[in-house]
Design a protein around this ligand. Structure first.
Ligand code: SF4
Length: 334
């Protein structure tokens, strides 16, 4: 859900203190905004959905890409069987992603034997055989499912292209933009081009209990990120041919829905400077942990808060509740 934001923190043109990124981090978790501002290392967690989309966008065939990761022919055959089984289950069921139900014979039909020597291959996919299958599911099913929903009239003869774009985020009172990676479908419509943005929602990877997660948080749209991308500009100073539309991409089921505006977009953007200021003001409550500990599992600052353990350390809490910020109250970008 947050890989785009964490990658934006590492973007060469963004620097620590950018009010837009500060505000986005603050909404994610005030403690994360603190760690970023005091110079903590950004460690982007493995995100198998993001990896599949990145590889897909390069335009190579899945067969070639899997080969480049060292996937051998027997495993390739298993992956093909998995793809066929997922399609069969989807054709038989009206559920959003029946292949994620506990009835789907994932373990029974697709788990490798205990002595299966593919560990090196799995390292490319977060270290687990299941993530290799998830990679294939995203590449060969979810991306097409999203595209069919977002641009149902697109033909297969090259009039639509899937790519990652950097966009420039801006907000009232903020001098310098924040550069932000987004997934985009660029569609030719007559002589013009239409851009559809897709923002991933839900948590990355394969949950141990995807059914529960799916029902709980499907469709969650964080309003600030969506509003900023909706109003974003191209980075080459050209104008969009037509205003882009923004969709939420459910990274678990493959569903997608248009941006559901709950807070008026202009009003949301007016909050950026205030949110950024709040992000500079102690204490920095670890709201991610308090509200949804799953966030900590996918947070680029988990190491700072947990130091390898399972609970927030006293050291981290002392830092977060210090009265002094340790960084300049002057906003360099505003
Ligand atoms: S690990 Fe959890 S509490 Fe710490 S910054 Fe990240 S989301 Fe917040």
């Amino acid at each position: 859900m947050y890989t785009d934001l964490f990658n934006a923190l590492l973007h060469g043109k963004n620097h620590r203190g950018n009010p837009i990124l500060n505000a986005l981090l603050y909404v994610f978790c005030p403690a994360a905004a603190y760690w970023w501002q005091v110079g903590a290392k950004v460690i982007v967690p493995d995100d198998i959905v993001w990896l599949a989309m990145t590889d897909f966008a390069r335009g190579e065939s899945i067969k070639d890409v899997l080969e480049s990761y060292g996937v051998d022919e027997p495993t390739n055959q298993k992956l093909k069987q998995y793809y066929a089984a997922v399609n069969e289950w989807r054709n038989r069921s009206h559920d959003p992603a029946p292949e994620l139900s506990s009835m789907f014979p994932m373990q029974a039909h697709f788990a490798p034997p205990a002595n299966f020597g593919n560990a090196d291959v799995y390292q490319h996919f977060g270290g687990q055989w299941r993530y290799l299958f998830e990679y294939v599911r995203v590449w060969s099913i979810l991306i097409y499912q999203w595209q069919d929903a977002i641009a149902p009239n697109a033909s297969d003869d090259g009039d639509i292209e899937f790519k990652q774009l950097d966009v420039a985020l801006s907000a009232p009172g903020v001098k310098r933009p924040a550069y932000f990676p987004v997934w985009a479908w660029e569609q030719k419509v007559g002589l013009s081009k239409r851009t559809h943005f897709g923002l991933l929602v839900n948590f990355p990877g394969v949950s141990r209990n995807p059914q529960v997660i799916r029902n709980k948080i499907q469709g969650l749209q964080d309003q600030l990120r969506f509003a900023l991308v909706q109003r974003s500009a191209r980075t080459d100073n050209e104008l969009w041919s037509s205003p882009p539309d923004v969709y939420a991409l459910d990274r678990v089921t493959g569903a997608s829905t248009p941006f559901d505006v709950v807070v008026n977009t202009s009003d949301t953007l007016k909050m950026v400077l205030g949110l950024s200021e709040a992000a500079r003001t102690p204490p920095y409550y670890p709201l991610g942990a308090l509200q949804a500990p799953e966030k900590c599992g996918v947070c680029c600052f988990r190491k700072e808060c947990y130091q390898g353990g399972n609970t927030l350390t006293d050291f981290a809490l002392d830092k977060l509740f210090e009265k002094k910020t340790g960084f300049s109250p002057v906003d360099e970008d505003a």
